[in-house]
Design a protein around this ligand. Structure first.
Ligand code: SF4
Length: 484
């Protein structure tokens, strides 16, 4: 069994936040001394090595415990490009060890009360409970299922504390009637158009309100991004409220980058109380993309999978993280981002599968310019049997200029623009905007009948006036806008 992860990014281990108890004086330094060199262990207090093919995920500079962020690639980490993303090493090793399906378990955020403390005392207690002979005998068992059962009896209750209870199963939503217009339209089976507006960078609301008025006639729902590119703008929540006042259906976006577990829960309770019914959670662009001085990139309290898990349980089980009852739980249709081109489609499909299990009911994908590549990703989702559990809206952007297209192709993680499209934009010269619309329409036409595609998510990136034209030129009979 391979233990070392050569070339991994070393990060200092955590220290306990409180005075050690008796056995910690002995066990903690031993655990540090052994697991440090073997796994680059950071003493997170909640060991996941079992589920991550024995590669410690805490080498991720963001501390992501449920998979890579949308910005990483198989070649490099998003935050520190001089190292490969640790999650791709985990995927590689899990495949070699036939442990890929174990990556589906929804893993908890850190409990900072025990971070930095030893975990072996608890492991020893659990081994005794299971039976020392049974546990060590499992090393020689040929049946992988039997071996897993014994190991789970020791490790599962440690890595899945009572306040989390994560698993690798799909949990259907705990309600019958659609909670939003977006959900209602998606359930109806029609081809849905959603759109996105970038919030203003000041308190002036004129353009925002004009854009909402324009787009609400052509899109079922409107997303408002949450500090895209890690750059401060009007909050998504405030924009959603303006949309509601204007009679439009908003989608609240929440980036894990700027959230704590406490903030997230309060944010969504407030949003639901105000009548916002669609919530889309994302990891959020790295602070590296934002203005200077850069904020910390190595602390993320919760990741997007954990956000889904927390919000789904708030809605369906009526509990906050930790188990406190919510008398009137939030009513929300839960979405997540999906990245068909961030890495190889098989790996992405594992990531999307985990999000569906955690609670994602709809995906809005990263920008798609390659319908054939999209098909590979959809096929991988189909193999995982999740196409009937999640609605998929494909991200479409009309490329208004060659410069914009080149920037997206070269700088935006997970976006791939085929050479022939770049050439068409170049050849179009002054007619580039017209060519951009034609390309967008061709892509929509090519993807709209693919199995698993439920609609499009138009991201005009400041060119909101193009939305009516694109929607009008689609086959009106199949497209659903809020006016229908
Ligand atoms: S998951 Fe936590 S306890 Fe396990 S090796 Fe990594 S840092 Fe150490």
């Amino acid at each position: 069994m391979p233990l070392f992860t050569p070339g991994r990014r070393y990060q200092l281990p955590y220290l306990p936040s409180k005075k050690k108890s008796g056995q910690s004086y002995i066990l903690e330094p031993i655990e540090r001394m052994i697991k440090g060199p073997l796994f680059a262990c950071r003493m997170c207090g909640n060991c996941l090595l079992q589920e991550t093919a024995f590669v410690c995920p805490m080498a991720c500079p963001k501390g992501l415990r449920n998979g890579p962020c949308g910005g990483s690639t198989s070649e490099h980490c998003y935050i520190d490009p001089s190292y490969p993303c640790i999650w791709y090493e985990i995927f590689d090793r899990a495949k070699k060890m036939d442990r890929e399906e174990m990556l589906l378990e929804v893993l908890p955020p850190l409990d900072w009360d025990i971070v930095g403390e030893e975990t072996w005392g608890e492991v020893v207690r659990k081994v005794k409970e299971t039976g020392t002979k049974t546990f060590f005998g499992s090393f020689f068992k040929k049946d992988a299922g039997e071996r897993k059962q014994i190991w789970d009896s020791v490790f599962k209750s440690i890595r899945q504390p009572d306040w989390w209870q994560g698993d690798d199963q799909y949990h259907p939503p705990g309600y019958e009637e659609p909670v939003s217009e977006l959900e209602r339209q998606l359930r109806s089976g029609k081809f849905v158009v959603a759109a996105e507006i970038s919030p203003p960078a000041s308190t002036a609301t004129g353009k925002l309100l004009r854009d909402i008025e324009l787009i609400k006639q052509y899109a079922t729902s409107i997303n408002f991004t949450d500090a895209a590119s890690a750059t401060p703008r009007m909050s998504s929540l405030a924009c959603c409220e303006f949309a509601l006042e204007a009679g439009a259906e908003p989608v609240l976006q929440i980036a894990a980058r700027d959230q704590t577990r406490t903030g997230l829960q309060g944010h969504v309770i407030g949003a639901s109380a105000r009548g916002i019914r669609n919530v889309l959670v994302v990891s959020g662009d790295s602070a590296r993309l934002g203005p200077k001085p850069m904020s910390r990139t190595d602390i993320l309290d919760i990741d997007s999978v954990q956000m889904l898990w927390i919000l789904r349980r708030m809605r369906d089980e009526g509990i906050y993280l930790g188990g406190r009852e919510i008398k009137n739980p939030p009513q929300i249709f839960l979405g997540a981002a999906a990245a068909p081109f961030a890495s190889n489609p098989r790996i992405q499909a594992i990531r999307e599968h985990k999000k569906v299990n955690a609670g994602a009911q709809f995906f809005q994908t990263n920008l798609v310019f390659d319908p054939d590549g999209l098909e590979l990703w959809l096929n991988e989702l189909a193999k995982r049997n999740i196409l009937d559990k999640v609605y998929i809206l494909i991200g479409i952007t009309p490329l208004r200029s060659l410069k914009m297209a080149q920037y997206m192709h070269n700088q935006v993680p997970g976006v791939r623009i085929p050479d022939q499209l770049l050439k068409r934009l170049e050849d179009a010269g002054d007619g580039v905007e017209e060519e951009a619309v034609i390309i967008a329409l061709e892509i929509i036409e090519a993807i709209r009948n693919k199995e698993g595609v439920n609609g499009i998510h138009l991201m005009p990136v400041g060119w909101e006036q193009v939305v009516p034209r694109i929607v009008q030129e689609l086959d009106g009979a199949k497209v659903v806008a809020s006016s229908s």
